[in-house]
Design a protein around this ligand. Sequence first.
Ligand code: SAH
Ligand code: SF4
Length: 355
Amino acid sequence: MTKKSIYGLTFEQLTNWLIENGQKRFRAEQVWDWLYKKRIRQFADMKNVNKETISLLEENFVVETLDEEIKQVSKDGTVKFLFKLQDGNLIETVLMRFNYGLSVCVTTQVGCNIGCTFCASGLLRKSRDLDSGEIVEQIMKVQKHLDEQGKDERVSHIVVMGIGEPFDNFTNLLNFIHVVNDEKGLKIGQRHITVSTSGLAHKIYEFADTGLQVNLAISLHAPNNELRTRIMKINKAFPIEKLMKAVDYYLENSNRRITYEYIMLKDVNDHKEEALQLAKLLRSKRHLSYVNLIPYNSVEEHGQYQRSETSVIQEFHEVLKKNGINSGVRWENGADIDAACGQLRSKQIKKQKIV
Ligand code: SAH
Ligand code: SF4
């Protein structure tokens, strides 16, 4: 059996595990420090930890499980990683540079079952969930890449917007958030973490109940059911009314602003009429809403979709603004290296199939 990554354990879980296995409580702090502050790559490098604890850890866990297959650096500083998991599956992780810090986009599943009609990740059905260690390790790999550059840079933000539907892998997602947020470790603030969901309404309630101060983004992409169902099958199970009820619950309980993602698809959802419908949909909660307009990144297999004209995107933005809705356009990062959701992975898999 393959051993799991130690990164999957929260500090509390690690402490309990060590105690259950006859080790002293303080070992957890030492191990945690080596993992997240000194960022060792194997247990044997933990110099002040006794041999017995090291052997015990080696017998049950590994530090690193991801193999770097490809690393592409874009002109704008974006770095895209393709990792191979222990079972041979491929996932992708992206490092993006912003004026406010360094943000990493992580993958949560191998493939995605939601099957949105415009998305490269949905082309391949989910073969499994990532465990929380595999999600944390993506951050660690990027941080170690930064360490190697020697500029003393830190990952400061995380967006859970890579391959997969994070709310379909809920427990591992929460464990991941607890690990990266831990004060004794990476200490990435909850307010610096954003989770994006395609709108699994029942999980939005659960997420609200966790009390986490993590940002929530919802992939809305259309302001009415007819259109949304056409581009996102998930809208059948969770139509806009159900989604908005869950949104209201979240807003009441967290009082945190929600970001609505809206991909601009030429002649599909980019008319003035849809902008007005969207403004109407969000009017009552506009003080806690932000619409992120995303220029579509074309995907070969989804030739029916093109990116809206820049002037159309700007016009849409104007209509939202005039109607009192906070919004912005996400001009992309890393466009020259396939930075959109799942694109590098699907290209690589296609290549492997040809070979
Ligand atoms: N499954 C989650 C998170 C991953 S997708 C979700 O759907 O929210 C992250 C964001 O990228 C989503 O808003 C998704 O709709 C968007 N996206 C997917 N394919 C895209 C493409 N080709 N171009 C631009 N954005 C895309
Ligand atoms: Fe899955 Fe998100 Fe892509 Fe939809 S947009 S197929 S939910 S990864």
